[in-house]
Every structure is written in structure tokens, then in C-alpha cells.
Design a protein around this ligand. Structure first.
Ligand code: NAD
Length: 428
């Protein structure tokens, strides 16, 4: 099939490359010329395990361009995968989606199916349809569909190739079936629905996962007060099939480009319809509170926080990605710098992005350098290498051996035995 993917970010690039791997000819479009120039030479602009190799393997079926007109000219199906970042009021910013729809409309040259892969508020399918209709002056027949993406950064290729389900929302069954053909080789459940339900499935799914995280964090905070251990509690809960083990890790809260923005966007959607979403409010409130709890734990460990030397382990919003959008690390570092702390930080891949925000932080080459002279070491991302590091060497490097484990990656008993002061989340 001839496919065009507009937007070559985390979702668009993975989608384009994976669809090429499934045997399709894919043209990837982005307005970022530097990105496209790099991609033409095989340079992948993001850190995503396996992506570079897959791109190389499929280079004959992949084209890169900055022109939507060229990208869509031969395409039967056009995927929109541009960003939908939050506005100041929490609604999704539709500037990029609208601009792409307008350009598609102006450059239509025959029947096409336009599929929205970006996460968008309910009703955007209709909006895209009307923008294309207006700008193509009704000259061509087309369908608009929604096919929300559920991949996770860090395991994006695996997730794309092994989805739990593919959701396709369309007005016409034939259009949905044509899109479904692309996903047939994946041997997964394909849910065909109306566009609005498909758009809401994405928001409801992400919000549910965010809710699980805030829920277990609330339980963690109760654990600390009643003398229970949240890791034991979460394990006991998670074995119940009705609850499930995933997303029950207590810690510093969720970040990233999806959960906070998608919960906010759903909140805005509800409020626009005069419905106050009480659970969603609590999900966000608890999440905000968790960051303050981490700062308080550092304070408690050190007595006073002003002017202290702190080591930070982990800057990415989660392991196996260099994405720092809405990362806990950014909020924690800002709060520590405000108190005059000196910070040495290490992340295996995300430091260069945080450097653009905080030039006064010292970005070091490994976990041991981050611990050098530190009075407290704070774990903010659960990278595997932090789980495996030589804690005796860490202790030697520190001025005062104390760890605030904001991702609960260590066994409190073992770590205390090594002579560390330890504070996890919900671990009494
Ligand atoms: P991103 O910011 O990494 O990428 C968006 C890309 O779109 C950028 O490269 C940008 O230059 C490009 N772009 C913007 N305007 C354009 C235009 N007019 N023409 C061509 N290209 C244009 O975003 P992302 O993380 O890939 O997210 C894309 C969408 O997918 C969002 O709605 C997001 O919520 C959703 N989503 C993201 C993830 C994730 O893990 N990142 C997962 C599922 C869904």
C-alpha cells in the first residue's frame, strides 16, 4: 500500500518505519527540515531502541520529505501524527492538526483516507473533515478516520508490532476495512467503531492508567502512615486478575508527553460539557503532590535543604527514552535549584535535553560521578543500570550516604544494611 505519515516524532516515525517493515511504501513528512535531512541519511532524531536498525533495513520502502503535497500525492491512506500539546488551560492545542488538514485539503488529487493517529479531543475527526472539505472545495471524495496510537516510548517498535488491539473509528465501514488491512499482519483484535468513540477510547485508556498510578501513590502515602509497605500491598492487589499488576508502581508520579496532557484534555472536554470530572481532578492532584513528597523526603533526610550537594539519578520521564516532557526530574531540579542546591545529574541518554533547561546543573558521565560528594542521592528514573550499580562504591563517593528512592528500586533492608539512610515511597 502507498502510505503517507505526517509528523515524524515518536509516534509518526515509528509508525512510518513499522508500516514499511510490514511491506508498505511509506512517505514520512515533517516540517522540521533538519529532521528530514538527517532521516534521509539514516540519522534517527530520537532515542528509541531498535528504530535505527529497522529504518536502515526498510530504507528502500521509505521516503522522507518536508512537502505534504509530495507526501500525499500517491498515498491511498494518510496518517496524521503531529503533536497535540497542552495549552495553558489544559486543552489540546490543535494548531498543528488544523494546519496539516488545511494543507491536505489544498493538495488533494483523488480519493484518500485521512487517518488521525494523534491523540485528539472528541470531535476532531469532524473538524478535520470540514477543514479538508473546505480547502479541497468539495472536488474529491475522501474519508476521515481515527486510529489512536497506544505505543509506549522505550518499547515503541514492540508495541506497534504487538498491540493488544487496534482501534479504528470511521463513518464508512469500507474505509475502516481498508485501514484494517494494514494491521492484518499483526494478528491482533481490530475494533471498528464510530470516530467519536475511537477518540475517547484513547483518552479513557490513558486516563485509566494514570489513575492506577495516582491510586497506588495514594495507597503509598497511607502505607507510610499506618506502617505498611506499598510494594507488598501492590503485589497482593496486582495478583487479582480484575486489578492486574501493571501501573501499580508507587513513586514520584507520572510525567511524559501523554498522561498529564491526556488527563488534562479529558478534563477540559468534560468541563466544556458542564461536567465536573471528580476522579480526573484527584488523579492530577495526587500526581502533583507526589513531587512535593519527594522534596520533603530530601528535606527530612538532610534537615535543611538550602545549599546542599545533591546527586540526581535519572532525568528521562521513564527508562529507555530520552523524552523529558513533563518529567518529574525537571520539577525536582527546579525546586532544588531554587533552594540553592548544587546538583550533579546523570542519565544514560536524556541529559542533553535537560541541559537546555538548566545550564547550572553539572551533567556527569555516570552514577558514581553523580554521587561524588553528594549529601543525598535521589533516584528519579528507574533505569536498569541504577538497580545494578555498585552501592559500596556509591557509598564511598558520597559525603553522607543517603538515598531518596523515588522509584522504589531498592530493597530498604539491604540498602540500610550497607549503611545508607534510605527513604522510599510508601515503604515505612
Ligand atoms: P512529537 O512532538 O515527537 O512529533 C510531532 C512531529 O510533528 C514533530 O516532528 C513536528 O515537527 C511535526 N509537525 C508539526 N507540524 C507539522 C506539519 N504541519 N507538518 C508536518 N509535520 C509537522 O510528538 P509525538 O510524541 O510523536 O506525538 C504525536 C501525537 O501522538 C500526539 O498527539 C501524542 O499525544 C500522540 N501519542 C504519543 C505517544 C508517545 O508515546 N509519544 C503515544 C501515543 C500517542
Amino acid at each position: 500500500m502507498q502510505i503517507c505519515v505526517i509528523g515524524t516524532g515518536y509516534v509518526g516515525l515509528v509508525t512510518g518505519v513499522c508500516m514499511a517493515d510490514l511491506g508498505n511504501n511509506v512517505t514520512c513528512v515533517d516540517i522540521d527540515k533538519a529532521k528530514i535531512d538527517g532521516l534521509k541519511k539514516g540519522v534517527v532524531p530520537i532515542y528509541e531502541p531498535g528504530l535505527k536498525d529497522l529504518l536502515k533495513r526498510n530504507k528502500k520502502r521509505l521516503k522522507f520529505t518536508t512537502s505534504i503535497k509530495d507526501g500525499i500525492s500517491k498515498a491511498a491512506i494518510v496518517f496524521i501524527a503531529v503533536g497535540t500539546p497542552p495549552t495553558k488551560t489544559g486543552e489540546a492545542d490543535l494548531t498543528y492538526i488544523k494546519s496539516v488538514a488545511k494543507t491536505i485539503g489544498k493538495n488533494m488529487n483523488g480519493y484518500k483516507i485521512i487517518v488521525d493517529k494523534s491523540t485528539v479531543p472528541v470531535g476532531v475527526g469532524d473538524l478535520v473533515e470540514s477543514i479538508i472539505e473546505d480547502n479541497s472545495k468539495g472536488k474529491y471524495d475522501f474519508d476521515v478516520a481515527s486510529c489512536p496510537e497506544f505505543l509506549r516510548e522505550g518499547s515503541a517498535i514492540y508495541d506497534f508490532m504487538n498491540p493488544d488491539r487496534v482501534v479504528i473509528g470511521a463513518k464508512r465501514k469500507e474505509a475502516a476495512q481498508k485501514i484494517a488491512e494494514i494491521f492484518k499482519p499483526l494478528n491482533t483484535k481490530i475494533i471498528i467503531s464510530d470516530i467519536r468513540s475511537a477518540e475517547l477510547i484513547k483518552h479513557a485508556s490513558n486516563t485509566f492508567l494514570a489513575m492506577k498510578i495516582s491510586f497506588i501513590n495514594e495507597i503509598a502515602n497511607i502505607c507510610e502512615r499506618v506502617g505498611a509497605d506499598v510494594e507488598v500491598v501492590a503485589n497482593g492487589m496486582g495478583l487479582d486478575k480484575r486489578i492486574g499488576k501493571l501501573f501499580l508502581n508507587a513513586g514520584a508520579g507520572f510525567g511524559g508527553s501523554c498522561f498529564p496532557k491526556d488527563v488534562e484534555a479529558l478534563r477540559s472536554m468534560a468541563r466544556n460539557e458542564d461536567y465536573e470530572p471528580l476522579i480526573l481532578n484527584a488523579v492530577m492532584d495526587v500526581n502533583k503532590q507526589q513531587r512535593k513528597i519527594v522534596i520533603n523526603k530530601i528535606k527530612q533526610m538532610l534537615g535543611t535543604i538550602e545549599g546542599r550537594q545533591i546527586g540526581i539519578l535519572g532525568l528521562a520521564f521513564k527508562p529507555n527514552t530520552d523524552d523529558i516532557r513533563e518529567a518529574v526530574s525537571v520539577d525536582i531540579i527546579r525546586a532544588l535549584l531554587d533552594k540553592g542546591c548544587r546538583i550533579k545529574a546523570f542519565d544514560p541518554v536524556a541529559a542533553k535535553r535537560v541541559k537546555k533547561i538548566f545550564s547550572q546543573v553539572q551533567y556527569v558521565k555516570d552514577e558514581y560521578a553523580a554521587a561524588e560528594n553528594a549529601e543525598c542521592l535521589v533516584v528519579l528514573t528507574e533505569w536498569n543500570e541504577f538497580k545494578e550499580m555498585d552501592l559500596k562504591k556509591i557509598k564511598k563517593a558520597m559525603k553522607k550516604p543517603g538515598i531518596v528512592d523515588a522509584r522504589n528500586i531498592y530493597d530498604p533492608k539491604k540498602i540500610k544494611k550497607l549503611g545508607f539512610e534510605y527513604a522510599g515511597i510508601g515503604r515505612n
